[in-house]
Structures are given as C-alpha cells and as structure tokens.
Write a protein that binds this ligand. Structure first.
Ligand SMILES: [Zn+2]
Length: 151
C-alpha cells in the first residue's frame, strides 16, 4: 500500500450554532487540510496521484469554494442580514466544525475521483479533526450551498 499526503492551506470565517465556547461568535481561522490518498499499486509514473494534480483539482476547489469564505450552518439566523447586505457566504447542512469541514473536503475529493482515505482539518496549530468513512455505514453526505454576494 502506498500513501501520499497533500496539505492545502486556506482561511475561513465561521461560527457555530448552539455552542457555548469561543466559536459561537463570528471569527476566522487559518486552516490547513491534510488530504491522504492511498493506492495498492502505483501508476506508470510511479505515483499514487501526482501532487500537482491534487493541487490542481482539490486545491483549486478549496481555493474557490472555501478560502476567505464565511462558512455557516444553513439555519444560522444571521443569513437574512448577510443577504440584505449583499455579502457572500457558504452554508452547510451541519455546523461548520473542523470535523464537518474535514468531511466536506473528503467528500469533494472522492467526487473528484481521488483515492482519498482520510482528511484532517487543522483549525488551529494545536487542534485538528479527522474524517475517515466508517466501512459499511455510509454517512449522509453534507450539502453545501454557495451564495454569491451582490457587491
Ligand atoms: Zn472557530
């Protein structure tokens, strides 16, 4: 078994619903996604997946969809005000925790056809969460909606 790992750095804003800690208020993180891909055999070039291909496919999606975006739960009551102000944001069908962001990136990598086995999302330099599917019990995929700003 061969394993390759690619790190993708991005910044995001968020807040968590129904949460009593610091992350209940709007704020930002310098996040890092650590994406692990595995293959039993290498391709003709001797690679699992070319690092530059991971960057081109998944890195570009993270850059376009998540970097410098405000990530909110779809039920966040601030959404009507953001719409009124013409601000762009992204909603998830779950709280935008490190766990759920790891899972979102995993699901995107799998959709892109990458042989992803796990994704770790570093929210701070000391806190990270990892998503790896549980064999035989597929999770209901997260849904994500991008709302473009009007400014
Ligand atoms: Zn936070």
């Amino acid at each position: 078994m061969f394993r390759v790992t690619k790190e993708v750095h991005f910044c995001y804003g968020h807040r968590l619903l129904n949460y009593a800690g610091k992350c209940r208020h709007l704020h930002g993180h310098n996040g890092k996604a650590v994406v692990t891909l595995e293959a039993a055999a290498l391709d003709a070039l001797g690679m699992v997946v070319d690092f530059s291909a991971i960057k081109r496919v998944l890195g570009k999606w993270i850059d376009d969809a998540l970097d410098h975006r405000l990530l909110l739960h779809a039920d966040d009551p601030i959404i009507p005000e953001l719409l009124r102000q013409g601000e762009p944001f992204v909603t998830l069908s779950a709280n935008p925790t490190a766990e759920n962001l790891a899972r979102l990136i995993f699901e995107r990598a799998a959709t892109d056809g990458l042989p992803v086995t796990e994704v770790t999302l570093w929210e701070t330099e000391t806190s990270f969460a990892t998503y790896r599917p549980t064999p035989g019990t597929p999770d209901v995929p997260l849904t994500m909606r991008e709302v473009a700003g009007t400014k």
